[in-house]
Every structure is written in structure tokens, then in C-alpha cells.
Design a protein around this ligand. Sequence first.
Ligand SMILES: Nc1ncnc2c1ncn2[C@@H]1O[C@H](COP(=O)(O)OP(=O)(O)OP(=O)(O)O)[C@@H](O)[C@H]1O
Ligand SMILES: [Mg+2]
Length: 337
Amino acid sequence: MDIALDLGTANTRICIEHDGKVIDEPSVISYDKLTNEILTFGSEAYQMLGRTSNRIDVVFPLESSVIAESSLVEELVNIFLCEVCSSKVVMPRVLACIPGEITEVQKRAIVNAISSFGVRRVLLLESAKAAAFGCGKDIMSPHGAMVVDMGAGSADIAVMTLGGVSVGKTIKTAGNAMDEEIIKYARRQHNLIIGKAMARSCKEAIGTVMYENEERTFRIKGRDAVRGLPKFVDIKSSEIMEVIFDIAKNIAVAIADVLEDTPPELLSDIHTDGITITGGLSKLRGMRDLVENATNIKVTTAIEPSDCVVNGLFKAIDYIDEAEAQKNSLNPLMMVY
Ligand SMILES: Nc1ncnc2c1ncn2[C@@H]1O[C@H](COP(=O)(O)OP(=O)(O)OP(=O)(O)O)[C@@H](O)[C@H]1O
Ligand SMILES: [Mg+2]
């Protein structure tokens, strides 16, 4: 049995042979701080975010697309893999994604978390490469393709050719960093303390990084920082734009930087084909235009952008046998454990 696992900072998605996508849940887990017992995970745990008693903690154990709390990631991976593996008799091979820029220690931590389930083999593929497969790009031919996968924890930028990454960069501030900025702004400007889920809903509802004629509003609810009582504020899209713009701009500038380092032949291919953006953050209003303006190259948002990575991992399962036999030097999979 082969499993495609997109263990994201905000969401985990899993595809298995024959069934396609079987899991799409927030990467969140709640546990009892006294007994360390795991209570809930996924959407059920997400509902508890900011609503727990002193005894219960709800955490996203991944940060900037790498492991922040290893034992909890292990628990989470185990729960998700248990859900998809009907029997533990057949040990699965798991193909998981990792950011393009990652240390050996971080890579090892991901492999260890997955291995703890009892798998036959763990294989890894860079997120941008998986996203490229997922949105139907041919990255195995001698032809340059640029894909940027923007999620909650990171934005992975890569120019790919012949199954490998020619130039790439990982930016560690993405969707989550925007949520943090919204939380700080609400406190600073409106004396309102709000939680992560509220900030995220606000960004998804009215967030934009392009000036728009029509002003939209979103009611953020929380606690008055001075009086401690419940309070709400109707926040405007132009306010949110000011708060999140720099983070979006930083990603767009990094894409332009990667293009500057790209060999001319590949650059000409990208100029002809355009750049594709994937991941949840590619749905942010104005993000596509911002990247287009920064690069002067046509930018397309992939269809179903949030699923590109897991779909791509699923397609890349075809390369596992070759990678194990070490037959094809053009194999896109990075390593076999
Ligand atoms: N319509 C939207 N507008 C703005 N942001 C959005 C929208 N939909 C999703 N997002 C944001 O996209 C991010 C989640 O994207 P995704 O599921 O691709 O991340 P992830 O894979 O878990 O993270 P990563 O790949 O960085 O580890 C969140 O920050 C979420 O708020
Ligand atoms: Mg992702």
C-alpha cells in the first residue's frame, strides 16, 4: 500500500491508492496537560481552539512547515495513518512533502515521525515539485517550469527541470504570519484581543493585497483589552490590506529574486508558459496580480490550489518503484529511507 501525505502547517491531506483523497483535516491536536492523553484531532480539535479549560491544550505541532513539537506530530501522523490503513499487517510506503529549504535535522524529524507508525519506507518530495505534478506540469523534460506553493507556514518557490529543482527558495512567513499581524493590529488599533481562528476567518473573508474600489467589512469578536468584556469591531478590508501587505509583497519579491538567479534558457520557458501558484494562500485576493506585477510574467492560480501538493504526491507514487531500484537517475523523489 502506498500513501501520499501532505503534512501541512495548517492542514493535513492524505491520498491513498484506489480511493483518492481520504483525509483533509486541520493539523491540530488537543491533549490533557495533566495526563498527556490525546483528546481530539483535526476539525474537532480546531473547534476547541481558544475555547479550552486550563487543563486542555490545543496545538498546531508544525511551524513554518517543519516540526515544532515532535511527540505531538508523531501522535498526529499516527492518528491520521491509522484512519487510512485498514490493517497494520501490510506496512505502507509513505511519500511525504517537505519544504525546499530544510535542514537535515528537520528532515530527519519528519521521517522519524512517519516511521514511528511502522511503515515500510518513507520517501520525500519537495512541496513545489509535488505542487507542479499536481497541477499537471511536466517537470521531467528539459524545460523550465516555475511553481510557487504558498501555505500557512511557508511559501516554496522553485524553478524545475529534468525532475529536479534548478533554483529555489523557501520563505517562512506566509498565511500564519498574516494571522499574527491581524491579531496584533486588532489589539493595537481597536484594543481588541482576538484568537487565531478569528484572525484567519477575517483574512479569508475580506483579506486582499490589491486596492479595491469596494470596501468590505468583517465583524471580529473578542475581548476588550482594557475592560475585559466581550467586544466586537467591524473591520474594513483596507485595514487588513495594510496589515498583511508586507508579507505578501515579501513573497512576490522572493519570486522575482529566484527568477533573477534562473539560467536564461529556463527563464525563456517560464516567460512562455507563465508561473503557477498553488496552496491555500494563492486564493488570497490580489495575490496573483501582486506576483504578476513583481515579475512581469503571466501568473495562473491552479485549479483546486489547496489540493495540488497531495494530488502531486499521489501522482509521484508512480516513481517509487524506480527510486527503490535506483534505476532512473532522473527520478524526482529526493531520497529513500
Ligand atoms: N480564500 C482564502 N483567502 C486567503 N487565505 C486563504 C484562503 N483560503 C485559505 N487560505 C489560507 O491558506 C493557508 C492554508 O493553506 P494550505 O492548506 O495550503 O497550508 P498548509 O499546506 O497547511 O501549510 P504549509 O504548506 O505552509 O505547511 C492558511 O493560512 C489559510 O488561512
Ligand atoms: Mg502545504
